[in-house]
Design a protein around this ligand. Sequence first.
Ligand code: DX5
Ligand code: ZN
Length: 267
Amino acid sequence: MQNLLLHEKSGMNDSSRYKVNSVREPFTVKMAFLILRNLFMANYHIAPSILSANFAKLGEEIANVIDSGADIIHFDVMDNHYVPNLTIGPLVCEAIRPLTNAIIDVHLMVEPVDRIVPDFAKAGANIISFHPEASRHIDRTIGLIKEQGCKAGLVFNPATPLYYLDHVLDKLDLVLIMSVNPGFGGQKFILEALNKLKAVRKRIDAGSKKILLEVDGGVKVDNIAEIARSGADTFVAGSAIYSAGRDSDPHRYDTVVAALRAELAKV
Ligand code: DX5
Ligand code: ZN
């Protein structure tokens, strides 16, 4: 409960902050700074993955999910090479950027990584995360993301060892633990991810830097509390949110986002 209060105090639930309409002020560097600062001060963040949204109505789907109280837009980029699926690229990021002031959290499932990083930065991404197996030079890729003015994240597949954090943890802004094998929405949560989250939480807490600990894959209303107890603070949810839209909700996803937050309030 305390966590939720802190969350509300920080203003992350203030939907006016993310107002989506045609007269919205242009997105400025100052706005990006304030939003990122709030993000790193709040306790729990809900990050709907637009992979499960209705792509024929993408702008509306993004506006609705943020107006329903979600915090971050999780943007899954797949290349049919690093993962066996093909999704969206910088052009789509650029197209949605003017629609929301919410953080855009780009999850790159592409190989190679470096060539595409500046394109996403220019397209308005706030956080860019990549898989260590997909980069020849992990430290260089982290540096590149930061040079481009974005926050940097490193992503761990279910079987990827955590030693990739050994020499770079203090350079990261986010660690993303995959709780499914990357490539598709709607898969089942792999329980071993809970142990991994606990291990990363210890490593983050041993340092002084604020680093987000995100989890991605199979997150639902009925397991989000246990995942939070294992140390995650940022929760990607695709199918759980986008399959639970209700015509009777003012913004389609109010009920499901509230249910996720109610579970987090029990932690
Ligand atoms: C999987 C993607 C996820 C996916 C999550 O490779 O990285 O972000 O969309 O979807 P759900 O929540 O349905 O498991
Ligand atoms: Zn993802």
